[in-house]
Design a protein around this ligand. Sequence first.
Ligand code: ZN
Length: 137
Amino acid sequence: MKAYTEYWTFHTEKRREIVHITDRVEEVVRKSGVKEGFVLVSAMHITAGVYVNDLEEGLIEDIWEWLEKLAPYRPDYRHHRTGEDNGDAHLKSLLIHHQVVVPITGGKLDLGPWQRIFYAEFDGQRPKRVLVKVIGE
Ligand code: ZN
């Protein structure tokens, strides 16, 4: 069995941003040499996430609207008693989830026709890490 790991750092310009990362993940799979296995893409933070869905601008707007409705930015979260102001970012991360596992078949990401991988930043403008681990043979 082979294992290959990369750590990426994102430093988004905006506090909230969705970044399409499918091509970068595909490149890691290629470098790993794994033909049959899995790749784990995992945000190493509690205010970011990784998800699989459609690369479509309207949908990305809809996702932001949905996240903002369920976990709005507001000043009165209990978490803010710690001096932080990112209560909404923690909740948004829970909604999106922090990691995905994608199958690898024939040396390629075995995604459905419309499935793409995204990094979702909810409290950026500072360095944030993502772990990419390929396992297989
Ligand atoms: Zn916090």
